[in-house]
Ligand binder design. Structure first.
Ligand code: DQA
Length: 145
């Protein structure tokens, strides 16, 4: 059976393409999802995706991935810096977790330098724009294969 990746995006990422393009680039969320899916297909992975501006939706998606998905690739948006509830949900997920950021939060405002997701991620990729999603798929493949 194919391995399954859940690709999650948090708040405001539905605005990618027009939201602060000097920081996040001009690719839309759809572009990033398509790129991730294309790379995942090369490795024989299935991809499910969800974007939500609501913390509870993301938490429920993580719960729904338990026992069903092999990996989660997540760009939690600003929930990265605040959501202990998302942290706890990811801690209860058994598979590989890759945290992705388009920008490099460590090189930005001080409040972005703390990630509450990083401690429960297998690893984190930041600052490489959309390439980060391809790197995340490769990282999942390296872990699972
Ligand atoms: C982001 C970085 C976060 O600090 C920010 O709140 C976002 C996007 C990124 O992809 O660079 O919404 O996760």
């Amino acid at each position: 059976m194919s391995k399954r990746i859940l690709l999650l995006h948090g708040p405001n990422l539905n605005l990618l393409g027009t939201r602060e393009p000097e920081v996040y680039g001009t690719a839309t969320l759809g572009d990033h999802i398509a790129r991730t899916r294309e790379c995942a297909t090369d490795f024989g992975f299935e991809v499910e995706d969800l974007q939500s501006n609501h913390e509870g939706d993301l938490i429920e998606a993580v719960h729904g991935a338990r026992g069903r998905c092999d990996a989660i690739i997540i760009n939690p948006g600003a929930f990265t810096h605040s959501s202990w509830a998302l942290h706890d949900a990811l801690a209860a997920f058994d598979g590989v977790v890759v945290e992705v950021h388009l920008s490099n939060p460590d090189a930005r405002e001080p409040w972005r330098r703390t990630s509450v997701v990083a401690p429960v991620a297998t690893g984190s990729i930041s600052g490489f724009g959309g390439t980060g999603y391809e790197l995340a798929v490769r990282a999942v493949a390296a872990r699972l294969q």
